[in-house]
Design a protein around this ligand. Structure first.
Ligand SMILES: Cc1cc2nc3c(=O)[nH]c(=O)nc-3n(C[C@H](O)[C@H](O)[C@H](O)COP(=O)(O)O)c2cc1C
Length: 224
């Protein structure tokens, strides 16, 4: 298998192209193939121990998009105009704690590890959570899962940019109220999942009003 013969310059061009798109052209839609391509990059994203502590809800239903609006100040224009709108959910402690049913299922059924390896892995995973990373509250465990779900976010947005698709990551929402809505209207079991972010995909309505601004490169990297 070969990887790709895209040049470094082309990759950086895609990073320049990607910007937080404020308004999409509502007449332009991603094909099923395009949105599935983006979702597959989330699927293939790395996660701690490979436990994939995430779920992605693609919200295409107009009524559900409307319901999100009052609780998501960073999203209304995107909800109205984006071709595809995704909720990035992360798992909570009943799913990700070292001794959970889900973790056992991942090791046994998905990774198909033999019993003795599962036992060894469990011990190691417990030490990682309790001793190394001090993940001793539900909030810490959720934030740790969230960090991983953000890797998938970065990959989805970069992959989209590489094929000329625009995106906008969104954290502008009321966490508690939105969680209630997810429970009531989206069939999300919020004892198991919480919302980390939203992300919209589509095609820009117009070019960004301002050029990209970033700190000096030398201020963000140090070499020792
Ligand atoms: C985690 C995260 C949350 C964000 N939330 C919002 C949001 O709610 N609404 C919005 O319009 N932009 C949002 N943004 C976009 C940022 O404002 C934008 O990425 C940043 O200003 C840099 O600009 P650029 O992405 O166009 O290069 C968010 C970005 C990130 C990474």
């Amino acid at each position: 298998m070969s990887t790709t013969n895209i040049t470094k310059e082309e990759v950086l061009e895609a990073f320049q192209f990607r910007h937080a798109t404020k308004e999409f052209d509502a007449t332009k839609h991603l094909s099923d193939d395009e949105i599935n391509f983006i979702l597959k990059t989330a699927h293939l994203s790395p996660s701690s121990f490979g436990f994939e502590p995430w779920h992605f809800v693609v919200v295409q239903d107009k009524e559900l998009r409307e319901a999100l609006k009052p609780l998501a100040w960073g999203a209304p224009l995107k909800l109205d105009t984006a071709s595809h709108f995704i909720l990035g959910l992360s798992m909570k402690s009943p799913m990700t704690k070292w001794d959970s049913e889900y973790i056992n299922h991942m090791m046994k059924d998905v990774k198909q590890l033999p019993e003795d390896v599962i036992e060894m892995y469990s011990k190691f995973y417990r030490e990682f959570q309790e001793r190394d990373f001090n993940l001793d509250t539900d909030k810490k465990l959720f934030d740790w899962a969230s960090k991983q779900t953000y890797i998938a976010l970065g990959n989805m947005m970069t992959a989209a940019a590489l094929v000329g698709i625009d995106s906008c990551p969104i954290e502008g929402f009321h966490e508690e109220k939105l969680e209630k809505l997810l429970q009531d209207k989206f069939d999300v079991d919020t004892t198991k999942y919480g919302l980390s972010y939203m992300v919209a995909f589509g095609y820009r309505k117009e070019e960004p009003a301002r050029a990209k601004s970033r700190r000096n490169f030398k201020d963000i990297v140090s070499w020792k």
